[in-house]
Design a binder for this molecule. Sequence first.
Ligand SMILES: [Zn+2]
Length: 177
Amino acid sequence: MKKWTRPGFITFQEPTKLLRGAIMKDEFYMQMAIDLSKKAVENGNEPFGAVLVKDDKVVFTNENQIYTRHDPTFHAEMGLIRRFVEETGISDLHGYTLYSSCEPCFMCSGAMVWVNLGRLVYGAGNDDLEKILGNDGISTTKAVFENSFRSPKVKGGVLREESLEVLKSYFSNHNKG
Ligand SMILES: [Zn+2]
């Protein structure tokens, strides 16, 4: 089985037996996004990962790289969208599902509007993250999508506990960048 650690293009298909079995698709891809969030920390960045899926195939992955790229906007989702559209020339993602280890921020949610993303699945909510940071939080995706001219379908809270563990573990020792 592929080790889902290198961001970028995935050129092969994941094992379909797994997808037909007990593991549900959303949980399967969310686990990949969470694994990428752990990898981001190992690489010196913040704990966020994103996976782009089309027709049950992973087509692109990315992890947070704000520190190593010296770019505070290089979030997992924003970086994925930028790199994917640039490298493929595909700028309409209505047939795609993006899995994000944590609810996307305002900026990344806005980017999802502009590329016409079809579906978003996330783990812990932005309010979960803000609570860890000692703040009141709101649902960033709701705030953006409910006030936009179009929006993806949204499913939150997939593998929320696993997602929260990674966030808690990191932000108990680090400030938010
Ligand atoms: Zn973001």
